[in-house]
Structure formats: C-alpha cells, structure tokens
Write a protein of this length. Structure first.
Length: 166
C-alpha cells in the first residue's frame, strides 16, 4: 500500500469532470486501499479519486467506527430536506464554511466487486457523499459559498499563494 499526494486547490485536475469507470478490476481495489490510507493520514472523512489525480468516478469514505466504503459510478437518486454544516475539504485544507445541502439522500453505485449498492444516508454521511459527488463533477465547495464567504476564502488562498486561478 502507498499513499498519494492530495491535490490542492489550483490543480486543474480538481475542476474537470471524472470519467465513468468501465471495468471494475483488481487495480481499482488497490487504488481504493491507497486512497483510504491517504484519507486516514490526512484525517479526512472522504476522498474522491480526482483528489489524488485519478479521473475516475469513484470515492472512498469512512465515518466513525463504521467500515470504510468505496463507491464507484455513484448517482444520487433522491434527496430531502436541508441541513447546514461546517464543511471542509482536504484539497482546501483548514478552511471550513457553513453550507446548506440536502439533509438526506439516497445514493446508488457499485462496490469493488461490481455489485450494485444502495445507500440511504442522512446528516454527516449524506453531507460526505454529496461533497465527494461534487469532486467527481469537478466542483469544489468554493462554488457553493456566498459572496462574503467566497471573499474570505480567496483572501486566505491568496495569502497561501494558492490563488493562480478562480
Ligand atoms: Zn473535498
């Protein structure tokens, strides 16, 4: 197993939509394992393949004592209610913003054995799934900020020298 370098804001790979996974094979299991290791090393709850430079529609997550989950080619089939939560991102480390998203979602996708999976999630798990879905579409949480939040985020990113685009 090995860990990846997490791509940071400004890296173009983070703003490109990822491609559907055509074949679930053994290499994907290795990728998932390394992504989990990378996520744990960074104390994250979820990590999407584009964040390690891999343009595939796949992400991993793990909440609390639950088993880690890998989701391939996910789609959100249903969403309900709204919930505000301080959301952060491993690709924009140290920045957290209160963001409103649907509170409950129903997500479908495939596991590493190519079997269809169905996840009914709420609150933190639903938040995590939606955040990772956004990564697969090349969307960062910065695009969900209001004007003042965005200003604050840009100021911090400029201070870090991470503001080459946007
Ligand atoms: Zn993220």
């Amino acid at each position: 197993m090995s860990t990846y370098t997490i791509r940071l804001f400004g890296d173009p790979v983070l703003t490109q939509p990822a491609k559907e996974v055509a074949d679930v094979d053994g290499r994907l299991a290795n990728l998932a394992e390394s992504m989990l290791e990378t996520m744990h090393a960074a104390n994250g709850l979820g990590l999407a393949a584009p964040q390690v430079g891999v343009q595939k529609r796949m992400f991993v997550y793990q909440l609390g004592d639950a088993e880690p989950v890998t989701v391939i080619n996910p789609t959100i089939v249903e969403q309900r209610d709204e919930w505000e939560f301080d959301e952060g991102c491993l690709s924009i480390p140290g920045l957290f913003f209160p963001i409103v998203r649907p509170k409950e979602i129903h997500l479908k996708g495939y596991d590493l054995d190519g079997r269809e999976i169905s996840i009914e999630a709420d609150e933190l798990e639903a938040r995590c799934l939606q955040h990772e879905m956004d990564h697969l579409d090349g969307r960062l949480l910065l695009s969900l900020l209001d004007k003042d939040q965005k200003k604050q985020a840009m100021k911090e990113l400029r201070r870090r020298g991470q503001l080459d685009e946007a």
